[in-house]
Design a protein around this ligand. Structure first.
Ligand SMILES: [Zn+2]
Length: 288
């Protein structure tokens, strides 16, 4: 089985070569690190490097973009502009939003900061962008984009660490921001609202005090957490089953930072019996 890793060069804590090596060892799969996703597929057959506009719409969210500008427009459309409601598919992104997306796509190492995207829509467009990918390959993109799903039950967007599918998207920002932080963090943040201490001072103190219970931006543990998400993506690719119920299994879908650290970065982190058997099967060539 062939796993292809892409990254944006946007997360200093990510050590992609090490991640690829570890993934190959644990999952028993062939791993290829291809670098930047958008650039890699920009030169694929069917892309028009000279054209400046994308083809007009059609299927679920529109037809496959053939230019980076077309992809920028599609991703701008996936931006969540109203945190209280689901994405409006008919909303036309502004020229400023499209230009901002294009700058991110055109500039290696530049991240889309402070934006939440509808994860399913962004994933769909990424899938369209890699049109022509070979059947059976498992594509995994490590991205700084924050990806969410609108939940009608509580009328809120929920951010994700990983979106399983093709391509699987692992959000390095989501690893830090999506799982809930320890209760003391939110209690401590209340101090900042009293105005007694500057917000940055409160934040720095909380991050330092709770560092062993939550991932921080550019945290070296992000690499181990990303490895777990990549294993989740491979398991889903092979079995169609998402995640694991066992809290110490690397396939556990952690909702809290403490669960994420336990399942991915602690001495307890490993694979449950069932998932150990799944990856043993891949290593021995019985699956995949
Ligand atoms: Zn498991």
């Amino acid at each position: 089985m062939h796993v292809i890793l892409y990254d944006e060069g946007t997360c200093a804590a990510l050590r992609v070569a090490e991640l690829a090596e570890e993934l190959a060892r644990v999952a028993g799969v062939e791993v290829e690190a291809r670098g930047e996703f958008v650039r890699h597929w920009a030169t694929a057959p069917g892309k028009d490097a000279c054209a400046t506009t994308a083809r007009a719409g059609g299927r679920t969210h529109g037809s496959a973009p053939t230019t980076v500008e077309g992809l920028a427009k599609a991703l701008a459309r996936a931006r969540v502009v109203d945190p209280m409601s689901r994405l409006q598919p008919e909303r036309e992104p502004t020229a400023v939003e499209i230009a901002a997306e294009q700058r991110v796509l055109d500039t290696p190492g530049r991240a889309a900061v402070g934006i939440l995207y509808d994860g399913a829509v962004a994933q769909w467009w990424m899938g369209e962008w890699m049109e022509g990918a070979e059947e059976g390959e498992c594509h995994i993109l490590l991205t700084a984009r924050l990806l969410g799903t609108f939940m009608p039950d509580d009328h809120r967007w929920h951010a994700h660490t990983v979106l399983l599918g093709e391509p699987a998207l692992i959000s390095t920002t989501g690893l830090v921001q999506a799982p809930a932080r320890p209760r003391e963090y939110y209690q401590g943040q209340g101090l900042a609202t009293t105005g007694l201490m500057p917000r940055e001072v409160v934040e720095a103190e909380l991050q330092q005090r709770l560092a062993d219970r939550m991932l921080l931006p550019d945290d070296p543990r992000i690499n181990a957490a990303a490895l777990g998400c990549a294993l989740q993506a491979i398991a889903f690719h092979v079995t169609g089953e998402a995640f694991c119920e066992e809290p110490t299994c690397r396939l556990y879908n952690a909702r809290r930072q403490e669960e994420l650290i336990r399942s991915q970065c602690s001495e307890d982190a490993g694979l449950c019996e069932r998932h150990d058997a799944l990856f043993r099967g891949l290593r021995e060539g019985r699956r995949g």
